[in-house]
Design a protein around this ligand. Structure first.
Ligand code: SAM
Length: 254
């Protein structure tokens, strides 16, 4: 009976950690951390002294065998990342797959993740959302990524680094149109937390002017949502055409 815990930790505010997460971190034989210095801050806040070892994208593969061996010898190992939930755009997915293949019991200890916090506070439909990971770093790949998602009805959720935010918004305006509603969830749970809401075009204007700072989640309404359908139903071209026809027919446009 071997145990591996996937433990969510705060995405900013150190109070966002569950009682269970603290107990598991305190009683585990070993905690694997993306950056041990970062996790030490959480440990010192909660007086946790469990042994920490680094586990990040550059040593993930090479540590896998050692971790599985220790698990099979009866160790209870917990995996954390710098912020939020491991394996969500952070190391962990390969280790979980290897553990599952070796019949190691994998136990999630749920808690913060930027994706869910952003979705629930965005004001966009939450019934269906599609987590798309980071926006692609290069323009060509990013436009292709967005084109593939253009017909998607679910709310789209992207992680985006501050230095690529403006380029990502430009591409989104170009590929999805300036009218789609969006939300920029910035610095969630931190002192400068902000939920900025508006259209993609407005977001581009606003963040070009003030300069993007902090950590961002970009949420864009899906193509089938009420506002998008309305936006599509009365595109500018259609309004111009309606006016032209009304003038031609000698009516005053309504
Ligand atoms: N595993 C993490 C999770 O569960 O959310 C995500 C890690 S990923 C490497 C880091 C990205 O997550 C950031 O670039 C940003 O897009 C998003 N993020 C993390 N913390 C955030 C916060 N406090 N506010 C807004 N976005 C955040």
């Amino acid at each position: 009976f071997f145990l591996q815990y996937i433990v969510s930790t705060p995405i900013g505010n150190l109070e966002d950690v569950t009682l269970r997460a603290l107990r598991v971190l305190r009683t585990a034989s070993l905690v694997l951390a993306e950056d041990t210095r970062h996790t030490r801050q959480l440990f010192s806040r909660y007086d946790i002294h469990t042994r920490l070892e680094s586990f990040h994208q550059h040593n993930e593969r090479q540590k896998e065998a050692m971790v599985l061996r220790q698990l099979q010898q009866g160790a209870a190992i917990a995996l954390v990342c710098d912020a939020g939930t491991p394996a969500i755009n952070d190391p962990g997915a390969d280790l979980v797959a290897a553990a599952a293949a070796a019949n190691v019991r994998v136990i999630p200890v749920p808690g913060p993740s930027a994706v869910l916090a952003a979705v629930v506070a965005s004001g966009l439909p939450t019934q269906q959302f599609l987590y798309c990971g980071f926006t692609a770093p290069k323009a060509g790949a990013r436009q292709k990524q967005l084109s593939k998602l253009a017909g998607q009805e679910a709310t789209l959720v992207f992680y985006v680094s501050p230095h690529s935010l403006l380029a990502a918004l430009e591409d989104a305006v170009q590929v999805l149109g300036a009218h789609r509603r969006c939300c920029l969830a910035r610095e969630l749970t931190k002192r400068h937390e902000e939920l900025w809401r508006g259209s993609l075009g407005e977001a581009l204007a606003e963040f070009s002017e003030r300069g993007p700072r902090g950590e961002f989640v970009l949420l864009i309404e899906g193509s089938g949502s009420a506002a998008a359908v309305q936006g599509e139903a009365v595109s500018e071209d259609q309004i111009v055409e309606a006016l032209r026809q009304a003038v031609a027919a000698g009516q005053s446009p309504s």
